[in-house]
Design a protein around this ligand. Sequence first.
Ligand code: EPU
Length: 420
Amino acid sequence: MYSLVVKGGIPLHGEVPISGAKNAVLPILAATLLTREPCVIRRVPNLSDVAFMGRILASIGAKVRMQGDTVTVQAGHIKGFGDYELVRKMRGSVCILGPLLGRLHEAKVSLPGGCVIGSRPIDLHLKGMKALGAHITIDGGYVCAQARRLVGTDMFLGGRSGPTVLGTANVMMAATLAEGVTVIQSAACEPEIVDLAHFLSAMGAKIAGAGSPTVTITGVRELHGAEHEVIPDRIEAATFAITAAATRGEITLRGARPDHFHAVLDKLQEAGARVEHRGGALTIKAGRSLRPVDVTTQPYAGFPTDAQAQMMVLMTQARGISILTERIFESRFMHVSELARLGADITIEGPSAVVKGGRQLSGAPVMASDLRASAALVIAGLVAQGETRVKRIYHLDRGYEQIDEKLRRLGARVQRVVEG
Ligand code: EPU
C-alpha cells in the first residue's frame, strides 16, 4: 500500500492535461457487451477502476486488449454470469446488468454493497429492468434477471435524491435491444449519459433526448461494433481548478470541457477566482482574496457531489463561514474528521457542513476514505504548512490518472511512498 507525502505551501502553476472520464468509460466498456463485434474505445484513462472493469468483461468471456489509452473489446461468446466477486468490489460494475439482460435476456450479478459515501441501493435500476419485462429475484446476494422478451415501455426513474446516473445507463443499454419504444422519465442528464448515448448510437442504437430528463430508446434487433473517444473527465478538471484557487496559483486545463462543469467554475468565480477561456484553453487563477460561498450538491447541471469534498478544502481557506450541503449521498462527509486533523474548523449539521474558514492548515498524517475525499486531502496537504501524509491512496488511483505526476509537473512537492 502506498501513501502520498505532500509538502504544502507552494502555489501551483502550469498546464495539466485532462484525462478521459472514469464515469463515462465504465458504462461504455459495459456497453461493448451488447455486440459480438469488436469495439474500440479511445482516450481511456489508466485507472485501477478501468483495469477492474476489463477483468470483469474478461471473466464473462470478452476479449479485452488495452494498449496505451485505447481499449479494444470483443464480446463474441459471453455468459450471463462470471466472477461476480469482482462486481461486488466495484460499484460501477453494476452497469453490466443492463447489457447482459439486453443481449442474453439473463444476467446474474452480485449486489453491490454499500460504501462509505452512503447505502447506495439499486432499486431504481431494478424497477427499470422490471418495467422492460424482466423477472428479478435476489438470491444469496445476487441479482438474477431473466426475460423471455424485453418490451419497451414508459417508465419513471426518479428517486428520493433525484435521477440515478448508472440506473439510467443500465436501463438505456437494456432498452437498445428491447422490442418497441422505451421512454425514461426523470432520466439523469449527466454528460456521461450523453457520452454513452453517443457510443450506443455509433453501435446502431436509436436514442433521442440523452442529456434531458426524457430519453427515448427505440429498440433494434442487433448492435454492431463501433469506435468512440471518451469525453474528458469533468471531475478531474474541477479538482485541478479548485487546486489552482486553493494553492493561490494558476493552472491551465488542457482538453477540459468547461460546459461540463459550469457549476464549479461559477462557484470558483463567486469565491474570487478568475476563470479565463482563451484559444480553447481554460485557465483558473486565484484572485486577490478568497470569499466564502455556500454550495449545495445537486444532479447535473448543479454542483456535483463528486467535487464537494475538494470545494470544502477551498472554503477552509476563505475567511468567514460557508455552508456546504450534500443532497446526493447521505454520508459523504468522511473527509471532515480528517480535515480537522489538519486544523480545519468544520461542524456537521444534518446534511450540511459549516466551515469556519481562514485558518492556516498544518500538515499531519491523514487517512483517505473514498476517491473524492482522497483528492480533497491531497489539496488540503498542498495548502497546509509542513508535511501531510495521505494514507491509503489506492482510492486515488481508482479515479485520478497519474495524479502525483501531474501535480509534480505543476510544481507540487508530492512523493509516493510505501506505507510502513
Ligand atoms: N439511488 C437510489 N436508488 C437507485 C440508485 C440510486 O435511491 O437504484 C440514489 C443514491 O443512493 C443516491 C442518488 O440516487 O442518493 C444518486 O445516485 P446515482 O445512482 O446517480 O449514483 P451512481 O450512478 O451509483 C454515479 C457515479 C458517482 C457519482 C454519482 C452521482 C459512476 C461509476 N459513479 O454513481 O461517482 O457520485 O453518479 O453523480 O458513474 C465517484 O466518481 O467518486 C463517484 C462516486
